[in-house]
Design a protein around this ligand. Structure first.
Ligand SMILES: Nc1ncnc2c1ncn2[C@@H]1O[C@H](COP(=O)(O)OP(=O)(O)OP(=O)(O)O)[C@@H](O)[C@H]1O
Ligand SMILES: [Mg+2]
Length: 598
């Protein structure tokens, strides 16, 4: 609809240029009557027009008739000042129509262009969120952000100009070329004969722009990356006195961006002057021709206006090529994201996972991120409602094992089953809605405490929310915050203490009320009071659920129904606390090192 409107306005715009070209000679002749040129559209002894059809003569005559009517009605034959003013005012009147239609077609076409990119941006975001974690392991945050923000922006401005130029200018060129050829084809061809010379530089500089634009967009990603790292890591930068080092590195990246940008500016802007020179040569040739032919002044003005309006779109179309090349560099980068595939996919015909009431089964699981096996041949049964504690030295693969349950990754060999169903055969939504995760580093969003607790349970009532908060021992400290539950916690919860953050995360998990709980206990111990509160909150959270916990605290291990010991990706022992201690093997060593004073 908008597109059709835009087409219509573009047509009006092109026609108005044509009207101006035809109308000016009529006005000129009315103002400066020349005996020889009594008919402005007559040939006056000139060669016959190339395009001499009935249609062209009728349109030309209609325009002349209309302009004449204006001149005769308001013009007074040019005898009074008012008459002359009325006559010359016709030119701005036509220009106003031209300007308005120009504005409208640009507006409507921009609407289409901006909308396309808005949709693509959202599409990229949705695609990103559906990608599995292995994509994010390899990706660079700054680069991804830059693609969604900067590349989409670049593609947007390009698409907007491309659509508008591709639609508007061909109309103008065709109509004006038609008019000019009809009016005096020799004059017109003389004026534009050199135009094809411009094609070569357009092609060369177009390719240059595309190459540089790709480098520039990549570098833009690096700028965002640096910013992201420096702002989030500002404490480390300051603590290690690395400000100057970081400033130098940032300057290098920015300076590189500057050189790329200037390279693009040179390539893009060299084309306009080049075409203008060619146009000037053409006009001078046409002038010479007009002099030879003793062309009537009015007609000459009309033709010159036509040529002038014709070169403008040609100039813009030449820029278009470089714009397209620029946007191609960006769209390549956007589509690279859209082309990347998630490795965790639902099987076709995946069904809903019914509320879990039996056991979780790991069947002979092996897993690797790259080439090195991180988990090997692990088989484990987690009975319903029981707590299984994972222990093992750092890097043993505990977190990795935990990540297999919500299908952050799929095992390379073996499978995970819940109530006998392979996880790959159930929908991710139904699986993850039954699982809550409390991680080593608590992740809070830059939002209010209320929103952070309700994350994942958006339809919870205020009572349910405060109840969860109370059971997680968070309620009393929340009330001490300046705005209670409406206090914004700062990025990653920076305004809260470690223990407070953990209790909010526990409240969030309690509110979700999942049947499976995955717990990656924080390694850093809290002070005793805070520790006691967190432990109590965890105790509440664990009750009545199937829990897989990576234990770093003695109390957690003692509460567990089963302890599983991992070492170098293998399950080396399992059993109860006392029994494992008696074995006097890996667990005993770990216990002596880690847990004894915990
Ligand atoms: N995203 C990843 N890409 C590649 N390798 C990884 C990735 N995450 C972990 N690893 C590797 O897998 C192994 C197991 O890591 P994992 O995080 O599971 O250990 P962990 O037992 O949880 O250790 P910790 O107690 O220190 O948290 C390590 O050798 C680690 O280097
Ligand atoms: Mg870990």
């Amino acid at each position: 609809m908008r597109f059709a409107g835009a087409l219509l306005f573009a047509l009006v715009n092109a026609l108005s240029a044509y009207v101006l070209m035809q109308g000016v000679p009529v006005i000129w002749n009315a103002l400066f009557p020349e005996p020889a040129a009594s008919t402005p559209y007559g040939n006056g002894g000139m060669p016959a027009p190339l395009l001499d059809s009935e249609f062209s003569r009728i349109t030309a005559r209609m325009i002349h008739g209309a302009v004449r009517l204006w001149v005769d009605m308001f013009g007074d034959g040019g005898s009074s000042t008012a008459g002359v003013v009325a006559m010359v005012l016709l030119v701005p009147c036509i220009m106003i129509i031209r300007a308005f239609s120009d504005y409208m077609s640009k507006y409507l076409l921009s609407w289409v262009g901006v909308r396309i990119i808005t949709d693509i941006r959202q599409k990229v975001f949705i695609h990103l969120q559906n990608l599995s974690l292995d994509f994010f392991n390899k990706a660079n945050v700054g680069d991804l952000i830059s693609r969604i923000v900067n590349d989409c922006q670049q593609a947007q401005s390009a698409i907007t100009t491309v659509i508008s130029d591709c639609i508007k200018h061909p109309f103008t060129i065709v109509i004006l070329a038609y008019g000019l050829l009809h009016e005096d084809w020799r004059f017109s061809l003389t004026a534009v004969v050199l135009a094809p010379v411009c094609i070569l530089p357009i092609a060369i500089y177009g390719r240059k722009v595309r190459r540089t634009s790709k480098l520039s967009q990549e570098n833009q990603g690096e700028i965002v990356s640096r910013l992201h790292e420096n702002i989030t890591g500002v404490r480390v930068v300051k603590a290690f006195h690395m400000e100057e080092y970081e400033q130098q590195k940032f300057w290098e990246t920015c300076y590189r961006q500057f050189t790329y940008q200037m390279r693009i500016v040179r390539s893009v802007n060299i084309l306009s002057p080049l075409i203008e020179i060619v146009a000037a040569l053409g006009v001078s040739a046409a002038l010479y021709y007009a002099h030879q032919q003793h062309m009537p002044t009015g007609k000459f003005w009309g033709l010159l206006i036509g040529i002038f309006f014709l070169y403008d779109p040609i100039k813009n179309l030449s820029k278009l090529h470089t714009t397209i090349q620029k946007s191609l560099a960006s769209t390549d980068r956007i589509f690279a994201i859209l082309d990347s595939q998630s490795t965790v996919v639902e099987f076709p015909g995946a069904r809903e996972l019914a509320p879990i009431r039996n056991r979780i089964q790991l069947e002979d699981i092996s897993f690797r991120y790259d080439s090195k096996w991180v988990l090997q041949n692990i088989s484990l049964i987690i009975p319903h409602g029981k707590t299984v504690a994972l222990v093992g030295p750092s890097g043993a693969g505990k977190t990795t094992l935990l990540n297999l349950l919500p299908r952050f990754y799929d095992p390379v060999q073996g499978c995970v089953k819940i109530d006998g169903a392979d996880l790959r055969g159930v929908t991710l939504r139904s699986l993850r809605s039954q699982i809550a995760i409390v991680t080593q580093d608590t992740i809070l969003f830059h939002d209010t405490i209320r929103s952070n607790i309700c994350y994942g349970s958006l339809d919870a009532t205020e009572e349910q929310m405060t109840d969860a908060s109370r059971r997680a021992h968070a309620h009393s400290f929340v009330l001490q915050q300046p705005q209670g539950y409406d206090t914004v916690v700062g990025e990653k919860g920076i305004k809260l203490s470690g223990g407070q953050k953990q209790r909010l995360a526990i409240a969030r998990a309690l509110l979700k009320d999942p049947s499976i709980l995955l717990l990656d206990e924080a390694t850093s111990a809290l002070d005793s009071e805070s520790e006691r509160l967190v432990q109590e909150a965890l105790g509440v959270l664990i009750r009545g659920r199937t829990v897989l916990v990576i234990a770093h605290r003695l109390s957690t291990i003692q509460r567990a129904d089963l302890i599983v010991v991992l070492e170098n990706g293998r399950m080396v022992e399992q059993g109860q606390h006392e029994e494992l201690l008696a074995h006097n093997k890996t667990y005993r060593k770990l216990y002596d090192l880690q847990f004894r004073e915990g």
